[in-house]
Ligand binder design. Sequence first.
Ligand SMILES: [Zn+2]
Length: 318
Amino acid sequence: MGQERLIGGVDYPRTYQEFQQWFPNDAACVDYLGQLRWPDGFVCPKCGCDRSWRTAKRQWVCAQCAQRTSAMAGTIFHRSHTPISTWFAAAWFVTSQKNGVSAAGLQQALGFGSYETAWAWLHKLRRAMVRPERELLSGVVELDGIFLGGRSAGKPGGASDKVAVMVAVERLETGRLGRVRFGVAERPHSGELVDFARATIAPGSTIHTDGAYTLRRLGKLGYTHSYVTTNNFLTQASNPDLDEVLPGVHLVSSLLKRWLAGTLQYAVSHELLAYYLDEYAFRFNRRNSRAPGMLFYRLLQQAVTTDPHPLAELYSSR
Ligand SMILES: [Zn+2]
């Protein structure tokens, strides 16, 4: 989905001034969501009829079965008590900041009374960011596990706060990096990385990894597996130089760590890390689209096709 060519100033606002002109009130926001949700015109979700009329509250009423439908129904905006224009302001704020925002930043920008509200909003928006990440990577892909965090001082038994994160990133022929996928590893060093590869990388791709024995199965799963056994270097250097073997993963890893430290000050709980990874992948995979309005468009487009996620579910889903 969503590969159509978009035009700034026609499909999405290019600047904050245009944003304000386009969305002076809730009705304008609802109409925009309606266009994103039904690009070929409204279709009744109940009976499939394409004839409808609009109410004063900008709902659609099916001409055949009289079903009333809101553009927000069944989306992350569903049953929100906040005006949709405030959601739009949040979406613009989040997508127009190059490196994203913290909950405190959003709270301040929108004048929310509580930090918790801003926090919940950010997470709802992050849920909308994961949607397009279902397409499989292809071509030449680097695959490895990295560790995040690691402040383990004072933990009983020397337990570590480190979280293992799986990374797959495309290496393009130009030498640049393509798209990235992340996954939180539950049991590092198991065959989990192989499962992750199967879920994120298209068969026929070439996968570069280190020499871990469990990964050799990749060659039997429809991939061309290329690996380097770093153990060979151990006699010469204390640290086998994986940077040279998997430069893409290494670069993504350092960018991700910098982003987590800068934007979120490492206030990332283990349970919620997956959502932050979603946001980072969303930004990374669109880092070459210069127009912030394009990110805004994509976020809202995905928001209207994303199920509502009540706060309780955010806490319990990982
Ligand atoms: Zn109908």
